[in-house]
Ligand binder design. Sequence first.
Ligand SMILES: [Zn+2]
Ligand SMILES: [Zn+2]
Length: 176
Amino acid sequence: MSETQVPVKADASQRSPFPNPDQQTAKKIAQTVERAAKVFADKNLRFTKLRQQVFEEIAATHASIGAYEILARLAEKGTRVAPISIYRAIDALLDAGVIHRLESKNAFFACRRTDHTSKGRRPIFLSCEKCGAVGEVDGQRIFDLIGEAARGAKFAPRVKFVEVQGLCPRCAAGEG
Ligand SMILES: [Zn+2]
Ligand SMILES: [Zn+2]
């Protein structure tokens, strides 16, 4: 065995970015909510009831969800709030990094990676055109290249995320 061989660690960031939506159980959503609550606590931010409710709706789907759909779902459950309150809750969740915005759809999805918050690595978003599923993979090399190319033009880039449209594994296999 040469020195360069390292055992492959099965860390969370190597799981499929497209988990089976049928396995999105209440328990998994609860775990995701727990992780988000911890992020808020670590940053000394308040995970208010409304922020948690909005986050739960976002975490409940592997696709992305728009503000008005969140509003409608909360209303169905008896929580009636003004759109501005939903937008403020979404902003707080975005700032904390527990959700991301899919610019192309102006919709939101829960972050399921830890490396870009803990290690400052930036993801690219993979957005399925057919079923709407959104996944994240590490894209730091792409951001490095963008930065390098822009600096070459003496341009200060403000790219935060890159979105790629296509087909998720299930849709590509005709199962979506
Ligand atoms: Zn993320
Ligand atoms: Zn799909």
